[in-house]
Design a protein around this ligand. Sequence first.
Ligand code: ADP
Ligand code: MG
Length: 347
Amino acid sequence: MAEQADSLRRWVHAKADDVASEVLAGRLKGPHVLAITSGKGGVGKSNLALNLAIALQIRGVATAVLDADLGLANINIILGQEPDYTVFDVMQGDRHLADVVVSGPHGLRIIPGASGLAAAAAASLDQVAMLLAEFQSLESQVEWLVVDTGAGIAPAVLAFVAAADEALVVTTPEPTALADAYGLIRAVDETESPVRLHLVVNRAGDVSRGQRTGERLAGLVAKALNRSVAVAGVLMEDAAVARAVVRQEPFYLGAPKSPARADVDRLADYLLDRVPAPRRGGIAGFVRRVLASVPLGRGDTVPPDGSPKNQEPGVPMANAPPSTVPAYVGKAGASIPGRRETEEGPR
Ligand SMILES: Nc1ncnc2c1ncn2[C@@H]1O[C@H](COP(=O)(O)OP(=O)(O)O)[C@@H](O)[C@H]1O
Ligand SMILES: [Mg+2]
């Protein structure tokens, strides 16, 4: 048993070094990891994540959705599915990822989340190794991993955003949602992650007003944080969205003529046209960065790069203020030269 733990430990260390050097050498492209996040809750993240993923999949881009909204996992509800297992079962070593992944529309892969995922805070090194190994199998099968995160600036949310290649920050035109979007962007900025941020204005009354609202927020971010955030898209207020949720059928499929679908199509094209290839180690790099940001349980040592040194083991992430968020990015992200230059401004 101890021998097994030892070899796992060596494996994780070797893996972390491999990913770091591959990323530095620019060799490892890997799938794009796109986080969908927001400051305020209820602004439309889950619906966007699922319908955008369907749009990508229909464009011939192999896509998976990871439901990472801890405690409020609801991608499956929107889809009308009841999954038997979640990613938490993989971490516990009870299931392989292949047993957990549910097949969605057009072959889209869905990785159901669970409130239990918060127990990642108590993950042991063995569990980290397990998850890494399992996600590796997805690497060759998927081109985009869309991650539906929770709202707000709790460290568990920031971990997913900071570890992604790209993040769509979703807001509505409401002042409260805009203020919270700004707060989230500021918190992400503090992590010094090289994640590229894009804004999406959802539930806009009209497209050009929505666009201007987004640009005003982007202007504020540029001025106050010296960080460029592009407006990636505007989604109209559309009754088809709420109707589709009630019917548990994604609006992209159930309401093919809806304005919301047209807006999602535009957003998918924007992402495929504008987003450069990821350089952060694909899904394996992403999972490693997320896990490096949560303390490991059972007194195990952490992988060489991402030690959450300033956290007590086992302290729930949600209690830490964002300013104490550890270096999520680990070596791979942090040591990419010219971090700021990797950010995409509005083009
Ligand atoms: N573009 C839209 N037009 C109309 N209603 C929307 C739109 N986007 C979201 N909604 C409404 O907001 C609700 C919450 O959306 P959801 O995707 O669950 O948000 P989040 O994941 O951010 O909490 C949906 O059930 C729907 O009723
Ligand atoms: Mg949600």
